[in-house]
Design a protein around this ligand. Sequence first.
Ligand code: UDP
Length: 386
Amino acid sequence: MKYDYLIVGSGLFGATFAYRAMQAGKRCLVIDRREQLGGNVYCEDVEGIHVHKYGAHIFHTNDKQVWDFVNGLVPFNRYTNSPVANYKGKLYNLPFNMNTFYQMWGVITPEEAQAKIDEQKAEAVKALNGREPQNLEEQALTLVGKDIYEKLIKGYTEKQWGRACTELPAFIIRRLPVRMVYDNNYFNDAYQGIPIGGYNVLINKLLEGADCVTGVDYFTAKVSDVLHDFEDERLLKDAWREIADKMVFTGKIDQYYDYRFGQLQYRTVRFEQETIDTPNYQGNAVINYTEREVPFTRIIEHKHFEKFGAEVYANPKTVISREYSTEWQAGMEPFYPVNDARNAEIVTQYKALAAEENNVIFGGRLADYAYYDMAPVIQKVLQMSI
Ligand code: UDP
């Protein structure tokens, strides 16, 4: 009774790895500490609406191979992310584009908008005096200038990361496009959408044929918790080599090494979920609340990811989630790695140990301690030799 792979964690990395391994004729045992499969893309059905339990997931990629791969498993819908920012009751389109500039300054042509942005960023550009932006504040001010920074970036970012913009790396804000056209599509990628039927369909397809056991924590489970026919009381983490040739580990890398170099920090999100007796609460999937004084960062209305036009009204109810970004503590879900020098130094030490491992493959957000989107995770697995 031996597997080729024990896969710890059934999120996108683990599930895609399992799929590819099975295609290569390998046997996989997948375990997950949660009661369900899918990691953070898991959705729960509430009133017929797929609720993104661990935060909104919008699939987007420029990589045709990745897009074809996922669409070969489940077709994707035409959802296009166009979040709206609410600052003190006034609405602005995101990402920063001609609609935003019109709403902010009343400018109509790209030329007028560019002149306004140049004026807005002049002071910050001068202060840099030719050097690269050193932090998020400098980056934002030299990208879009002070009005947009103050109304749409500063409060939101400080709520999301719990740190001052001057203490955050510049690259975080470079994720956001700045466009001189009237285009509210949040992403620049060629392909985007949500799996028709929800993300669970994708996960179930990826894991079809694998032996999956949920509700078992790798660090505390006994062999008998995973292989029910065996009366083996040893801990799985000590005995797994007798069950599988190799292991794919997608959990927290610091925990894997028993925190010997210290604990890594994360940001997490608390979701305040509410079912409301109205078919359409906010008219969009994502509304960001960019002012500091509103305690949540955004409200997600889940039905808009999968229902369009008249379909929205076919269900008289809706489900929303208010997102409160907080510092992670033991027992919470670790969502975002914290990008600062201290954490970078710690993770480098863990990664050096990981590189020395035989027969253990690390991957995904938690094992790599990296701010990944979904598509790059799948892309990584597609490029591995399995
Ligand atoms: N951001 C912002 N205002 C917004 C939305 C985003 O300032 O209304 C900034 C913020 O610093 C955030 C970054 O842009 O951390 C990236 O946002 P994105 O939506 O890509 O983050 P995600 O939630 O997808 O990880």
